[in-house]
Unconditional design. Structure first.
Lengths: 193, 193
């Protein structure tokens, strides 16, 4: 039996694009601004859906970015948050990036996480989740956030994970609207029955 | 900036081991028996945690197996179900393996899915989920299933995904007990606060 492999890899433009970006991102708006622009570039360069994320350290240093590549990778797992988490763990060489609670890394997400990415956060060692657009903004253009518990923010807080919402929400939601206006594909297999 | 990659890859022993397995698995117990033995081999060969999964077609043909490699890959995303889904999508060359509802693929999981894997199922195009051990069996040896909604089975059914539980539960739970008895690592960063 031939066993396939899947490579979790950023699109080729991301490396040079990051080289031209600031080296650190001191303010939360700097970090969210970077992630929102990453989501915009991902749709303009046609490498995936209108979602981006990134893991930062407590000094505003970028550890790993992620973009949605579901369609271009033929892989429904490859949401932006999943990619950012997996690449951050690879960079830091540990599956719990907090290293048993010693370090506080932050995940910035251009849109609030779907049910899968929400469930992935507690396993990652992420200590702070910062969201731009709301789930309602993604749903407004036809995306499905999945069967996420209505108390998802409290569920993360109960696990010691801080959640900040609505950070540059309008700017983040604008990318979703741009994607819809450009005729971008709203993939949504879960809701077909 | 050096951009890392993560390869979703089965341990090396899996290919030869599958070559020695039956070519099809007609009964549900054949399929679960294969997956439970896969989870046992994963701990005995020390390539990951006590969890396995596989995607089968409606004729009992194996599309893609998955095993937990969180510790050996340094990647908290690489639960067995995530690996099986990603590899099945790679094999079938589409992110919605149902292809818009035309095909009914089944995911067999040695233990009920955690919050992340539960959330991943609706995006995958899986139409039938079959579980062996219960979440309570994983929790009994110290694993954490995460913030999964209490109505998770109904949530999947509402999306047209059939769920069958307790298939060879005792045999599946025995592997969890073997893992705990052998001193296997119970990784659990999410619950540390």
């Amino acid at each position: 039996m031939k066993l396939p492999e899947v490579v979790i890899r950023l699109p080729e433009w991301v490396g040079p694009w990051i080289e031209r970006s600031p080296k650190t991102f001191p303010a939360i708006e700097d970090r969210m601004g970077f992630v929102v622009e990453l989501s915009r570039q991902n749709i303009r360069r046609q490498t995936g859906g209108p979602f981006a994320a990134a893991v930062f350290d407590m000094n505003g240093g970028l550890i790993a970015p992620g973009v949605n590549t579901v369609i271009t990778s033929n892989c429904s797992i490859l949401h932006a948050e999943i990619m950012a988490i997996a690449l951050a763990q690879q960079t830091l060489e540990r599956y719990d990036i907090s290293d048993g609670g010693k370090f506080s890394f932050e995940l910035i997400a251009s849109t609030e996480p779907c049910a899968m990415c929400f469930g992935a956060i507690p396993w990652s060692g992420i200590r702070i989740l910062v969201c731009g657009a709301r789930s309602a903004d993604a749903e407004a253009i036809g995306f499905d956030e999945g069967p996420k518990p209505s108390g998802w923010v409290a569920a993360l807080k109960n696990r010691g994970i801080e959640v900040k919402r609505n950070v540059m929400r309008d700017a983040a939601a604008l990318v979703l609207k741009e994607y819809a206006a450009s005729g971008g594909q709203i993939y949504n297999p879960g809701s077909t029955t």
